[in-house]
Design a protein around this ligand. Structure first.
Ligand code: HEM
Length: 457
């Protein structure tokens, strides 16, 4: 679609002067986007000091390639990330390093192979249909808040595919425990940025212990039951994980390994995907021309009102472009943090051991030098000819290199099935208030995304 003017969705105006130590720490806790200076959108690297801590913020493709890939061993995850997650997901794939990471990666990668993920598509179609029923009912009384709707849709999917249904699993109780966890341990603590030792418990961590205990108990119960009964009728993610083994050593997951990894899949897998969907719907509601164009693609494949399946999404690649563009503007994971082990050089900067290296995906995706009209919504950024012509490290919502997201295919398939189903069933229009992007662990719209929705049936 060639057009002159395009929708420019909300962003945070960068401060022209760097914030002081306390203001940065406060802002980091409230909304990390508000500490990104203007030069984080025009330079490939920004270096600074907070207290005694030296840090670099990287938003250029060459620097990201070095940290993610060519010198990845020098940049393990920063302690702050491990701290935020360790109570909930222990030594899972996401939170481990070195040998503990390598064997789990070898065992878990095949679990997410295309053959396995494709086999889960019909479950996603059923849950997309259920999501429409809920939205239809809620839309009767006025605008609908779509983050909540999308979280319940993707949570429904992960419960179905990770634990084969919610019959023996109280999803509401579990969902409440996740929310409690996110409000406590899920927030960066001041202590994390001044490098207090890892063994010192943080206030958020203590507050979250009860919710973590509830989540672990429920996931463990589901795993123990499955280990006793054998595979589900239609095999699911848990069956694949129970069978998974390191092809080199034949090591399999203990019950504890399974609890931690399944727990991570459930918590991390559903909120990120829901945010990608909610932001996509917000952008479409505000650009009726793109929404109509997308619906034409959908309706050339599906009868109005029907839910989409695996074959349908493969025939509507424009929807994938919309999701990719939404994750460019609002990458669900906007920032990653690494710690340098040895001396290195990134651009013209010397990196010293123990420096923190922030990978600024939000800044990269809106960088003035690398994108044309970076703040506008334009799914043509992902037209095949533009993707082929671009450096791969200019767009990395799932990370890159050896630690790239293992669930990326799963997430994209689920998001495309849900988006296609929704566009085939409803028309979306914006409603107040305008959401503001806020980044804590993920980039969320504050206070949410309210849309007016009418049924196409
Ligand atoms: C739109 C949805 C998602 C986004 C944007 C996303 C983003 C990411 C990113 C950026 C990383 C790299 C972290 C780093 O390098 O520090 C990552 C890793 C990971 N993701 Fe995702 N993710 C999504 C969905 C999922 C889903 C659905 C699952 C599983 C069901 C999943 C499981 C994982 C795991 C296990 C890792 C760690 C891989 C490793 O360290 O070897 N993610 N994700």
């Amino acid at each position: 679609m060639t057009r002159m003017s395009r929708f420019t969705p909300p962003t945070i105006k960068p401060p022209t002067q760097p914030l002081g130590v306390l203001a940065s720490l406060r802002a980091m806790r409230e909304n990390a986007l508000s500490i990104l200076p203007e030069i984080a959108f025009t330079q490939p690297i920004v270096t600074g000091k907070t207290g005694f801590k030296r840090w670099h913020m990287v938003q250029g493709p060459e620097g990201l390639r070095r940290v993610f890939l060519t010198n990845a061993d020098n940049y393990p995850k920063a302690d702050v990330i491990i701290r935020m997650l360790r109570t909930a997901v222990g030594q899972s794939l996401f939170t481990s390093e070195g040998a503990a990471w390598r064997w789990q990666r070898r065992a878990i990668s095949p679990v997410f192979a295309a053959r396995n993920v494709n086999a889960l598509a019909s479950i996603m179609t059923r849950t997309a249909h259920r999501a429409c029923e809920r939205i239809e009912a809620n839309a009767q009384t006025g605008p609908v808040e779509m983050v909540r709707e999308m979280i319940s849709a993707t949570f429904d999917v992960i419960c179905e595919v990770a634990l084969s249904g919610k019959d023996h699993f109280d999803a509401e109780h579990y969902g409440a425990a996740i929310t409690q966890y996110m409000l406590t341990a899920g927030r960066a603590s001041l202590l994390d940025f001044i490098d207090a030792p890892l063994w010192m418990p943080r206030p958020g961590e203590l507050l979250s212990r009860g919710s973590v205990h509830t989540m672990h108990k429920m996931v463990k119960q589901a795993i123990l039951e499955r280990q006793q009964t054998g595979p589900a009728q239609d095999e699911d993610l848990l069956d694949y994980m129970i069978r998974a083994q390191d092809p080199d050593t034949e090591r399999k997951m203990s019950t504890q390994d399974l609890v931690h990894n399944m727990q991570f899949f459930i918590v991390a897998g559903h909120e990120t995907t829901a945010l990608a969907l909610a932001w996509s719907l917000y952008l479409l509601a505000n650009d009726q021309a793109v929404q109509t164009h997308a619906r034409q693609h959908v309706q050339s494949v599906l009868t109005t009102g029907c839910a989409a399946g695996l074959d349908d999404i493969n025939q509507a690649p424009y929807l994938e472009q919309i999701l990719q563009e939404a994750m460019r503007l609002y990458p669900p994971v906007g920032f990653l943090a690494r710690k340098a082990l040895a001396n290195d050089q990134l651009y013209d900067r010397d990196v010293h051991p123990n420096d923190t290296v922030f990978l600024n995906l939000y800044g990269l995706h809106r960088h003035q030098d690398y994108w044309s009209h970076p703040n506008q919504f334009n799914p043509d950024h992902f037209a095949p000819e533009n993707v082929v012509a671009r450096d791969k490290y200019l767009y990395v919502p799932f990370g890159a290199g050896p630690r790239i997201c293992v669930g990326a295919n799963f997430a994209m398939m689920q998001a495309q099935i849900i988006l296609m189903t929704l566009l085939n069933r409803f028309d979306f229009h914006p409603s107040d208030p305008t959401p503001k992007p806020v980044m804590q662990m993920t980039v969320r719209p504050d206070p949410g995304i309210n849309l007016s929705i009418s049924s196409l049936k």
